[in-house]
Design a binder for this molecule. Structure first.
Ligand SMILES: Cc1cc2nc3c(=O)[nH]c(=O)nc-3n(C[C@H](O)[C@H](O)[C@H](O)COP(=O)(O)O)c2cc1C
Length: 164
């Protein structure tokens, strides 16, 4: 079993609450807020899960602004990354959960990113977080589809187990 860290950036608490649910579903994982995190703390983990909500139009949650350039410089030897992203698929239907794509774009080619998710079952018009028809990570919508969050987390964790 890999040593797992979950890092989340959350403006109003939705991503934080999801990160806590994810921690429970995984059984064993350490939880870090992106706000104020020392990137050195991530060195000892083999499996890193990065989560962010979306702000602006498809932009990354603010607390990641300082952290992401530092994470980009990490030595990812022996590590894997998975992503999750929150959004509002009704009010922001053309930029749904785009925040996690910003992390994906920054880390693509530097580390193996696992845990893409089929877009089946989601209602939205467009998302940058779709690559080859799949979300680059777990997309969640606590504003409109909160009743699906737990099921989506459980399915995702089941899928991630083959990498842990
Ligand atoms: C100013 C603002 C801009 C937003 N832009 C987007 C967006 O482009 N795409 C999207 O899917 N959700 C967008 N959202 C919705 C949030 O990502 C969503 O409500 C999320 O659950 C908030 O999580 P947090 O409390 O962890 O920050 C936006 C919300 C706000 C307040």
């Amino acid at each position: 079993m890999s040593k797992i860290a979950i890092v989340y950036g959350s403006s109003t608490g939705a991503t934080e609450a999801v990160a806590e649910k994810l921690q429970k579903a995984l059984g064993e994982a350490d939880l870090y807020n992106a706000d104020g995190l020392n990137v050195e703390d991530l060195k000892s983990y083999d499996f890193l899960i990065f989560g962010a909500s979306t702000t602006g139009i498809g932009d990354l949650q603010d607390d990641w602004d300082i952290l992401l350039p530092k994470i980009e410089k990490l030595d990812f030897t022996g590590k894997k990354v998975a992503l999750f992203g929150l959004g509002d698929s009704a009010s922001f239907s053309t930029s749904f959960a785009g925040g996690m794509y910003v992390i994906y774009k920054a880390l693509k080619g530097k580390v193996e990113i696992v845990g893409s998710v089929s877009a089946e079952g989601y209602t939205f018009d467009d998302s940058e977080a779709l690559v080859d028809g799949r979300f680059v990570g777990l997309a969640l919508d606590e504003d409109n589809e909160y009743d699906q969050t737990e099921g989506r987390i459980d399915c995702w964790v089941e899928d991630l187990k083959k990498y842990l």
